[in-house]
Write a protein that binds this ligand. Structure first.
Ligand code: CU
Length: 356
C-alpha cells in the first residue's frame, strides 16, 4: 500500500486537475439549451442510479467483510448458506430490471424527440419555420452554409436563440464530429452520408456566456485535431435577420493603400485559388478548399484557435505549419516577406460587414 503512495497521490490529484476543465459554458455540465438540458438530465439520472447501486453494494460488501471476518467467527465456521433463496433471488433480479426501466423510458423518449428533424425535410419549408445550416468539416476548419440565404461562413457559426436550428452535417475528407459541449452533439460528420439533428440556444444563458459558445471536432482526425475549434455566435431572431441582410449586401471596404496592396497580393499569391472573400461564394463544394475569409476582420480567432490579433494573424501568414501542424494551407503556400505580410494583414483586417 505505502509502496504505491505516489500512484495514489497522482490518482487523488486527477479530479483536481479535471475540475479545471469546467470553465463556464465550455462544458456539458453547464447546459445552455433544450437539447443540452435533456442530455444533462439523462446524465444526472443515470449517475444517480449508479451511485445508489454502488452505495448499496458497498455497504453490503463491507458489512459482510466485518461481520464474517475469521477473527470474529472463528476458523471453521461456515455462515448460513442462502443459495436458491427465492426471496433474495427475486429481489436482486427485479431491482436491476426496475432500475433499467426507470432509465430506459426517458432515454427512449428523448432519443425519439431529439431525432425529430422532420421540419427541415418538409418540401415547403421556409427559413422562418426551420432554419437549416449545412455544416462541412474539413481538416482542420469548419464551413457553415445557410442555403436559404445563399451565405457561407467559416470558423464562426452564427445562430438565432430560442428556436430550433437544424443541421446537415458532412465532411469533405475524413470523419470528424460536430460538438458544442454546452449546447449539444457530438454527431459525426461523414464523407458518405449526411447526419441531421437540431440544437437550441437559450437566449438567457447565451447572454450569460457572452453570446459566444465554443465548438470543436470530437473525432480524432489528424495531427491538428485538437486545434479544430470553432466559435458560435448567438443573437436574437431579429438580429439574425439583420445579419443575413448584412451578409447578402456584403461588400468589403479596402481603403488604405496598404490594404489595396494586400488585395493585389492576395490575387498574385494565388490565395484566391483556395479562399473566397465574399459570403456568396458560388463555387461548388469541392472547389471550396479553404475557409471563406469574408468577415475575417470580425473573427475572434485566426484559424479557429489563436486570438485574431495582429501578431497571431501575421504569425499564421508567415508559417501556418508552426501553428497547426499538417494543415492544408501548406504545400504550394508561398514564403512571404515582412512587407507582404503587413499588406496582407491590412487587407484581411478590413474584411468586415459595413456596419462594423
Ligand atoms: Cu476533425
Amino acid at each position: 500500500m505505502v509502496k504505491h503512495w505516489r500512484l495514489i497521490l497522482l490518482l487523488a490529484l486527477v479530479p483536481l486537475l479535471l475540475s479545471g476543465c469546467g470553465k463556464p459554458f465550455l462544458s456539458t455540465l453547464k447546459p445552455a439549451g433544450e437539447v443540452a438540458d435533456k442530455q444533462y438530465d439523462l446524465t444526472v439520472l443515470s449517475t444517480l442510479i449508479m451511485v445508489v447501486v454502488v452505495a448499496v453494494v458497498s455497504v453490503i460488501f463491507f458489512y459482510v467483510i466485518v461481520r464474517f471476518r475469521r477473527s470474529r467467527v472463528g476458523e471453521n465456521t461456515i455462515p448460513k448458506q442462502v443459495e436458491g433463496n427465492k426471496f433474495l433471488e427475486i429481489t436482486w433480479t427485479v431491482i436491476p430490471i426496475l432500475l433499467l426501466i426507470i432509465l430506459v423510458i426517458p432515454v427512449v423518449l428523448y432519443t425519439l424527440e431529439l431525432a425529430d428533424t422532420s421540419p427541415m425535410d418538409k418540401k415547403s419549408r421556409k427559413a422562418e419555420d426551420a432554419l437549416v445550416v449545412n455544416v462541412r468539416a474539413n481538416l482542420y476548419w469548419w464551413e457553415f452554409e445557410y442555403p436559404d440565404y445563399g451565405i457561407i461562413t467559416s470558423q464562426e457559426l452564427i445562430v438565432p436563440t430560442d428556436q430550433r436550428v437544424y443541421f446537415n452535417l458532412k465532411a469533405s475528407d475524413v470523419k470528424h464530429s460536430f460538438w458544442i459541449p454546452s449546447v449539444g452533439g457530438k454527431l459525426d460528420t461523414n464523407t458518405d452520408n449526411e447526419n441531421k439533428f437540431f440544437l437550441t440556444f437559450d437566449s438567457k444563458r447565451s447572454k450569460e456566456a457572452g453570446d459566444m459558445f465554443f465548438g470543436k471536432c470530437a473525432e480524432l482526425c489528424g495531427p491538428s485535431h485538437a486545434l479544430m475549434d470553432f466559435k458560435v455566435k448567438t443573437m436574437s431572431a431579429k438580429e439574425f435577420q439583420g445579419w443575413t441582410k448584412e451578409m447578402k449586401n456584403y461588400k468589403s471596404t479596402t481603403e488604405s493603400d496598404l490594404a489595396k496592396q494586400g488585395e493585389e497580393l492576395f490575387k498574385e499569391k494565388n490565395c484566391l485559388s483556395c479562399h473566397a472573400v465574399e459570403p456568396n461564394d458560388k463555387r461548388a463544394e469541392a472547389a471550396r478548399t479553404a475557409p471563406n475569409l469574408a468577415t475575417f476582420g470580425e473573427r475572434a480567432k485566426v484559424a479557429g484557435v489563436k486570438d485574431a490579433n495582429e501578431e497571431n494573424v501575421k504569425a499564421w501568414l508567415k508559417d501556418p505549419e508552426s501553428i497547426k501542424p499538417g494543415n492544408k494551407m501548406t504545400g504550394t503556400y508561398p514564403k512571404l516577406s515582412d512587407s507582404e505580410t503587413d499588406a496582407l494583414y491590412e487587407y484581411l483586417k478590413g474584411l468586415k460587414t459595413e456596419s462594423k
